[in-house]
Design a protein around this ligand. Structure first.
Ligand code: PRP
Length: 174
């Protein structure tokens, strides 16, 4: 069992989620957007975010994977489960738990753009900007994280620790 160190408490995450929900509610008030969660990592953030929204919303999910059992991105994104509904003409808001290298989102943007939505924006709870390898336009972000491996609040290490209510660094105290 690796040592975990608290990076963000559940209360700090709650504050960030509420702020993001206010910003999104303000910007999409009359738009009926489709919130697109990127599984698996975003499931907890998505659930908390939509409970704080003050507007009509529809949700869908895609499942992408690039880390497998590793702590570093393989650089190859696998579309585990694609869309099974049309997004043509829709305003899409991608919901991610974390943007790290940007490779996953870059892949997803290309995939979505081919399906002719009206707009695509990106909301991520966590931004690990120091590790970016591909530039992706982030429209809403909650909290910065340093270049350490993190788990909790949906994020895993070999599928473990997703259930934890806070966000923790693995093996390195910040
Ligand atoms: C994680 C995370 C993001 C992606 C970000 O997913 O949920 O989708 O990596 O990394 P990147 O910016 O370097 O591409 P992962 O591939 O671990 O799958 P999971 O969500 O099922 O855990």
């Amino acid at each position: 069992m690796p040592q975990l160190y608290t990076l963000y408490t559940p209360e700090e995450i709650k504050g960030a989620v509420e702020r993001l929900a206010r910003e999104i509610s303000r910007d999409y008030q009359d738009k009926n957007p489709l919130l697109l969660g990127v599984l698996k990592g975003s499931f907890m953030f998505m659930a908390d975010l939509i409970r704080n929204l003050d507007m009509q919303v529809e949700i869908e999910f895609v499942a992408l994977s690039s880390y497998g059992q590793c702590t570093e991105s393989s650089g190859r994104v696998c579309l585990v489960q694609g869309l099974n509904t049309s997004i043509k003409g829709r305003d899409i808001l991608i919901i991610e738990d974390i943007v790290d290298t940007g490779i996953t989102l870059n892949f997803l943007l290309e995939y979505l753009q081919s399906k002719k939505p009206a707009s695509i924006k990106i909301c991520t709870l966590l931004d690990k900007a120091a590790c970016r390898r591909v530039c992706v336009p982030i429209d809403y972000f909650g909290l910065s994280v340093p270049d350490v491996f993190i788990v909790g609040y949906g994020l895993d290490l070999d599928q473990k620790f997703r259930h934890l209510p806070g966000i923790y660094s693995v093996g390195e105290e910040i």
